[in-house]
Design a protein. Sequence first.
Length: 319
Amino acid sequence: MIDTHVHAVNFLQETPGFANLIAHMDGANIQKAVVFGLPVTKQWSEYEREAPEYYLDDDSECYYYSATDTIIAEEYKKLDVESQKRIYPLMCGFNPADKHAIKHIRRMYDMYPNVWCGIGEILLRHDDLTLLINGDTPRINNKALYPIFKFADDYGLPISIHNNISTTWIADRPKYLHELEEILREFPRVKMIFCHCGISRRVYAPFYKKMIERLLLQYPGLHIDYSWIIFDEIICKNEIPDPEWIELTERFSTRILIGSDVIGNFHKIGVINHRYDIFLETLSEETRQNICINNAERLFSETRGKVENDDKRVYPDIF
Protein backbone atom coordinates (compact mmCIF):
# COMPACT_ATOMS: atom_id res chain seq x y z
CA MET A 1 0.00 0.00 0.00
CA ILE A 2 0.88 3.68 -0.13
CA ASP A 3 0.41 5.49 3.18
CA THR A 4 -0.85 8.92 2.12
CA HIS A 5 -0.84 10.60 5.54
CA VAL A 6 2.48 10.60 7.40
CA HIS A 7 3.65 13.46 9.64
CA ALA A 8 7.41 13.00 9.84
CA VAL A 9 7.76 15.33 12.84
CA ASN A 10 5.95 15.69 16.15
CA PHE A 11 4.63 18.91 17.69
CA LEU A 12 8.14 19.75 18.90
CA GLN A 13 9.40 19.35 15.30
CA GLU A 14 11.44 16.29 16.25
CA THR A 15 11.83 13.39 13.83
CA PRO A 16 13.43 9.94 13.95
CA GLY A 17 14.46 10.58 10.33
CA PHE A 18 13.46 9.23 6.96
CA ALA A 19 15.84 6.28 7.16
CA ASN A 20 13.89 5.17 10.23
CA LEU A 21 10.64 5.70 8.33
CA ILE A 22 11.83 3.55 5.44
CA ALA A 23 12.81 0.77 7.85
CA HIS A 24 9.36 0.75 9.44
CA MET A 25 7.71 0.90 6.00
CA ASP A 26 9.66 -2.21 5.02
CA GLY A 27 8.46 -3.98 8.15
CA ALA A 28 4.84 -3.05 7.46
CA ASN A 29 4.74 -3.87 3.72
CA ILE A 30 4.24 -0.19 2.83
CA GLN A 31 5.62 0.52 -0.62
CA LYS A 32 5.57 4.32 -0.54
CA ALA A 33 4.46 7.21 1.68
CA VAL A 34 3.20 10.77 1.31
CA VAL A 35 5.14 12.66 3.97
CA PHE A 36 4.89 16.14 5.46
CA GLY A 37 5.76 18.04 8.60
CA LEU A 38 3.50 19.98 10.94
CA PRO A 39 2.96 23.70 10.32
CA VAL A 40 2.96 24.53 14.03
CA THR A 41 5.11 23.78 17.05
CA LYS A 42 4.23 23.73 20.74
CA GLN A 43 5.60 26.42 23.04
CA TRP A 44 7.11 25.49 26.41
CA SER A 45 6.02 28.36 28.62
CA GLU A 46 8.23 29.35 31.56
CA TYR A 47 5.47 28.69 34.09
CA GLU A 48 5.12 25.04 33.00
CA ARG A 49 7.36 22.72 35.02
CA GLU A 50 7.24 19.92 32.48
CA ALA A 51 8.00 20.28 28.80
CA PRO A 52 4.97 19.46 26.65
CA GLU A 53 5.28 16.69 24.09
CA TYR A 54 1.86 17.11 22.47
CA TYR A 55 -0.23 20.17 21.69
CA LEU A 56 -2.85 19.18 24.27
CA ASP A 57 -0.39 18.63 27.13
CA ASP A 58 -0.96 22.14 28.52
CA ASP A 59 -2.59 25.47 27.67
CA SER A 60 0.48 27.10 26.14
CA GLU A 61 0.07 28.33 22.60
CA CYS A 62 1.26 26.79 19.36
CA TYR A 63 2.86 28.95 16.70
CA TYR A 64 3.65 28.60 13.01
CA TYR A 65 7.01 27.03 12.25
CA SER A 66 8.20 27.30 8.65
CA ALA A 67 11.38 25.28 9.29
CA THR A 68 9.21 22.16 9.27
CA ASP A 69 9.54 22.15 5.47
CA THR A 70 13.31 22.46 5.70
CA ILE A 71 13.38 19.44 8.02
CA ILE A 72 11.37 17.41 5.51
CA ALA A 73 13.49 18.46 2.54
CA GLU A 74 16.80 17.84 4.30
CA GLU A 75 15.70 14.39 5.46
CA TYR A 76 14.58 13.56 1.94
CA LYS A 77 17.95 14.61 0.52
CA LYS A 78 19.75 12.21 2.90
CA LEU A 79 18.07 9.20 1.28
CA ASP A 80 19.60 7.24 -1.57
CA VAL A 81 17.93 7.53 -4.97
CA GLU A 82 15.91 4.32 -4.65
CA SER A 83 14.56 5.33 -1.24
CA GLN A 84 13.69 8.80 -2.52
CA LYS A 85 11.41 7.17 -5.09
CA ARG A 86 9.35 5.81 -2.18
CA ILE A 87 8.70 9.19 -0.57
CA TYR A 88 6.35 11.92 -1.84
CA PRO A 89 7.13 15.05 0.25
CA LEU A 90 4.57 17.84 0.69
CA MET A 91 5.13 21.29 2.21
CA CYS A 92 2.96 22.90 4.89
CA GLY A 93 5.12 25.34 6.89
CA PHE A 94 3.18 28.56 6.49
CA ASN A 95 0.47 30.59 8.19
CA PRO A 96 -2.70 30.01 6.12
CA ALA A 97 -4.05 33.40 7.23
CA ASP A 98 -1.00 35.28 5.90
CA LYS A 99 -1.14 36.60 2.34
CA HIS A 100 2.65 36.18 2.19
CA ALA A 101 2.21 32.39 2.46
CA ILE A 102 2.50 31.89 -1.30
CA LYS A 103 5.98 33.43 -1.12
CA HIS A 104 7.06 30.71 1.29
CA ILE A 105 5.84 28.03 -1.11
CA ARG A 106 7.71 29.53 -4.05
CA ARG A 107 10.80 29.95 -1.86
CA MET A 108 10.76 26.28 -0.87
CA TYR A 109 10.53 25.26 -4.52
CA ASP A 110 13.53 27.47 -5.26
CA MET A 111 15.56 26.22 -2.29
CA TYR A 112 14.74 22.54 -2.74
CA PRO A 113 14.07 21.84 -6.42
CA ASN A 114 12.78 18.43 -7.48
CA VAL A 115 11.76 17.53 -3.94
CA TRP A 116 8.14 18.56 -3.55
CA CYS A 117 5.10 16.66 -4.82
CA GLY A 118 2.36 18.96 -3.52
CA ILE A 119 1.11 21.03 -0.61
CA GLY A 120 -0.25 19.91 2.75
CA GLU A 121 -1.42 18.99 5.25
CA ILE A 122 -2.67 22.55 5.77
CA LEU A 123 -4.15 22.74 9.27
CA LEU A 124 -7.22 24.94 9.24
CA ARG A 125 -10.19 24.55 11.59
CA HIS A 126 -8.89 21.92 14.01
CA ASP A 127 -10.79 21.50 17.31
CA ASP A 128 -8.58 22.49 20.29
CA LEU A 129 -5.54 23.32 18.17
CA THR A 130 -7.34 26.27 16.57
CA LEU A 131 -7.87 27.77 20.02
CA LEU A 132 -4.17 27.45 20.88
CA ILE A 133 -2.95 29.42 17.85
CA ASN A 134 -2.83 33.21 18.14
CA GLY A 135 -3.87 35.44 15.27
CA ASP A 136 -6.60 35.06 12.68
CA THR A 137 -8.62 31.85 12.76
CA PRO A 138 -7.25 29.54 10.05
CA ARG A 139 -10.07 28.69 7.66
CA ILE A 140 -10.13 27.32 4.17
CA ASN A 141 -11.89 30.31 2.57
CA ASN A 142 -9.42 32.87 3.91
CA LYS A 143 -8.36 35.04 0.97
CA ALA A 144 -4.72 34.42 1.91
CA LEU A 145 -5.11 30.88 0.55
CA TYR A 146 -6.50 31.93 -2.83
CA PRO A 147 -3.05 32.39 -4.44
CA ILE A 148 -2.04 28.98 -3.10
CA PHE A 149 -5.09 27.27 -4.59
CA LYS A 150 -4.41 29.07 -7.87
CA PHE A 151 -0.78 27.91 -7.75
CA ALA A 152 -1.86 24.31 -7.11
CA ASP A 153 -4.40 24.51 -9.94
CA ASP A 154 -1.84 25.93 -12.40
CA TYR A 155 0.62 23.08 -11.86
CA GLY A 156 -1.79 20.25 -11.09
CA LEU A 157 -0.48 19.88 -7.55
CA PRO A 158 -2.50 17.94 -4.96
CA ILE A 159 -3.30 19.97 -1.87
CA SER A 160 -4.16 18.25 1.40
CA ILE A 161 -6.27 20.08 3.99
CA HIS A 162 -7.53 19.55 7.52
CA ASN A 163 -10.72 21.57 7.93
CA ASN A 164 -13.23 20.41 10.51
CA ILE A 165 -16.74 20.23 9.17
CA SER A 166 -18.12 21.66 12.42
CA THR A 167 -17.01 22.68 15.89
CA THR A 168 -16.87 20.71 19.11
CA TRP A 169 -19.96 22.33 20.60
CA ILE A 170 -22.26 22.13 17.57
CA ALA A 171 -23.25 18.63 16.44
CA ASP A 172 -26.64 19.24 14.83
CA ARG A 173 -25.27 20.71 11.58
CA PRO A 174 -22.00 21.04 9.63
CA LYS A 175 -21.22 24.59 10.76
CA TYR A 176 -18.19 25.10 8.49
CA LEU A 177 -19.33 23.20 5.41
CA HIS A 178 -20.04 26.44 3.55
CA GLU A 179 -16.38 27.47 3.89
CA LEU A 180 -15.21 24.30 2.18
CA GLU A 181 -17.81 24.52 -0.57
CA GLU A 182 -16.94 28.14 -1.29
CA ILE A 183 -13.43 27.03 -2.24
CA LEU A 184 -14.58 23.94 -4.13
CA ARG A 185 -16.79 26.18 -6.27
CA GLU A 186 -14.12 28.86 -6.72
CA PHE A 187 -11.38 26.35 -7.64
CA PRO A 188 -13.22 23.36 -9.16
CA ARG A 189 -10.11 21.90 -10.85
CA VAL A 190 -7.88 21.82 -7.78
CA LYS A 191 -6.99 18.30 -6.66
CA MET A 192 -8.02 18.74 -3.05
CA ILE A 193 -7.69 15.99 -0.44
CA PHE A 194 -10.17 16.41 2.42
CA CYS A 195 -8.32 14.71 5.27
CA HIS A 196 -10.32 12.29 7.41
CA CYS A 197 -13.46 13.68 5.77
CA GLY A 198 -13.52 16.70 8.10
CA ILE A 199 -13.98 14.66 11.27
CA SER A 200 -11.93 15.42 14.38
CA ARG A 201 -12.13 14.90 18.13
CA ARG A 202 -15.68 15.50 19.37
CA VAL A 203 -16.66 16.85 15.95
CA TYR A 204 -19.71 15.31 14.35
CA ALA A 205 -22.54 16.21 12.02
CA PRO A 206 -25.78 14.38 11.17
CA PHE A 207 -26.12 12.35 7.96
CA TYR A 208 -22.36 12.29 7.56
CA LYS A 209 -22.15 9.69 4.84
CA LYS A 210 -24.81 11.46 2.77
CA MET A 211 -22.94 14.75 3.11
CA ILE A 212 -19.66 13.23 1.92
CA GLU A 213 -21.49 11.48 -0.91
CA ARG A 214 -23.01 14.76 -2.08
CA LEU A 215 -19.65 16.54 -1.96
CA LEU A 216 -18.01 13.83 -4.08
CA LEU A 217 -20.87 13.96 -6.58
CA GLN A 218 -20.90 17.73 -6.84
CA TYR A 219 -17.15 18.50 -6.87
CA PRO A 220 -15.10 16.26 -9.18
CA GLY A 221 -11.75 17.66 -7.98
CA LEU A 222 -12.41 16.60 -4.38
CA HIS A 223 -10.73 13.55 -2.87
CA ILE A 224 -11.02 12.20 0.67
CA ASP A 225 -8.72 10.20 2.88
CA TYR A 226 -9.60 7.55 5.41
CA SER A 227 -7.30 8.27 8.32
CA TRP A 228 -7.37 8.96 12.03
CA ILE A 229 -10.74 8.72 13.79
CA ILE A 230 -13.02 8.78 10.73
CA PHE A 231 -12.26 5.08 10.33
CA ASP A 232 -12.63 3.95 13.95
CA GLU A 233 -15.64 6.06 14.86
CA ILE A 234 -17.70 6.12 11.65
CA ILE A 235 -16.55 3.85 8.82
CA CYS A 236 -15.71 0.78 10.90
CA LYS A 237 -17.04 1.44 14.39
CA ASN A 238 -16.43 -1.42 16.82
CA GLU A 239 -14.49 -3.13 14.00
CA ILE A 240 -17.70 -3.64 12.01
CA PRO A 241 -17.55 -2.20 8.47
CA ASP A 242 -20.53 0.05 7.78
CA PRO A 243 -22.37 -1.19 4.65
CA GLU A 244 -23.15 2.38 3.58
CA TRP A 245 -19.46 3.30 3.65
CA ILE A 246 -18.59 0.12 1.75
CA GLU A 247 -21.05 1.20 -0.95
CA LEU A 248 -19.66 4.75 -1.01
CA THR A 249 -16.10 3.44 -1.26
CA GLU A 250 -16.98 1.20 -4.19
CA ARG A 251 -18.83 4.02 -5.93
CA PHE A 252 -16.04 6.59 -5.55
CA SER A 253 -13.06 4.26 -5.53
CA THR A 254 -10.95 6.61 -7.68
CA ARG A 255 -11.34 9.49 -5.21
CA ILE A 256 -10.32 7.89 -1.90
CA LEU A 257 -6.92 7.55 -0.22
CA ILE A 258 -5.86 5.76 2.94
CA GLY A 259 -3.22 6.57 5.54
CA SER A 260 -1.98 6.22 9.10
CA ASP A 261 -1.76 9.87 10.26
CA VAL A 262 1.21 9.01 12.46
CA ILE A 263 2.91 12.01 14.07
CA GLY A 264 6.69 11.88 14.30
CA ASN A 265 6.89 8.27 15.47
CA PHE A 266 6.82 5.45 12.96
CA HIS A 267 6.86 2.30 15.10
CA LYS A 268 3.05 1.97 14.94
CA ILE A 269 2.69 2.66 11.23
CA GLY A 270 2.13 -1.01 10.46
CA VAL A 271 -0.36 -1.63 13.27
CA ILE A 272 -2.38 1.47 12.36
CA ASN A 273 -2.55 0.64 8.66
CA HIS A 274 -3.31 -3.04 9.16
CA ARG A 275 -6.43 -2.14 11.12
CA TYR A 276 -7.92 -1.25 7.72
CA ASP A 277 -7.72 -4.89 6.65
CA ILE A 278 -11.14 -5.78 8.02
CA PHE A 279 -12.68 -3.07 5.83
CA LEU A 280 -10.51 -3.67 2.76
CA GLU A 281 -11.51 -7.33 2.72
CA THR A 282 -15.12 -6.30 2.03
CA LEU A 283 -14.17 -4.40 -1.13
CA SER A 284 -13.69 -5.53 -4.70
CA GLU A 285 -10.13 -6.10 -5.88
CA GLU A 286 -10.30 -3.06 -8.19
CA THR A 287 -11.47 -0.77 -5.39
CA ARG A 288 -8.81 -2.09 -3.01
CA GLN A 289 -6.12 -1.45 -5.58
CA ASN A 290 -7.42 2.06 -6.23
CA ILE A 291 -7.55 3.29 -2.65
CA CYS A 292 -4.37 1.52 -1.54
CA ILE A 293 -2.12 2.33 -4.51
CA ASN A 294 -3.52 3.67 -7.79
CA ASN A 295 -5.08 6.92 -6.58
CA ALA A 296 -1.96 7.98 -4.70
CA GLU A 297 0.24 7.21 -7.69
CA ARG A 298 -2.01 9.20 -9.99
CA LEU A 299 -2.04 12.23 -7.67
CA PHE A 300 1.59 12.34 -6.54
CA SER A 301 3.90 10.37 -8.83
CA GLU A 302 4.22 12.89 -11.66
CA THR A 303 4.13 16.23 -9.84
CA ARG A 304 7.78 16.44 -8.81
CA GLY A 305 9.57 18.99 -11.00
CA LYS A 306 6.45 20.53 -12.53
CA VAL A 307 6.92 23.90 -10.83
CA GLU A 308 10.66 24.02 -11.51
CA ASN A 309 10.04 23.29 -15.21
CA ASP A 310 7.08 25.69 -15.36
CA ASP A 311 4.99 22.77 -16.59
CA LYS A 312 1.53 24.26 -16.18
CA ARG A 313 -1.70 22.48 -16.92
CA VAL A 314 -3.19 23.33 -20.31
CA TYR A 315 -6.94 23.67 -20.67
CA PRO A 316 -8.76 23.90 -24.00
CA ASP A 317 -9.96 27.34 -25.04
CA ILE A 318 -13.72 26.95 -25.30
CA PHE A 319 -14.41 30.53 -26.36
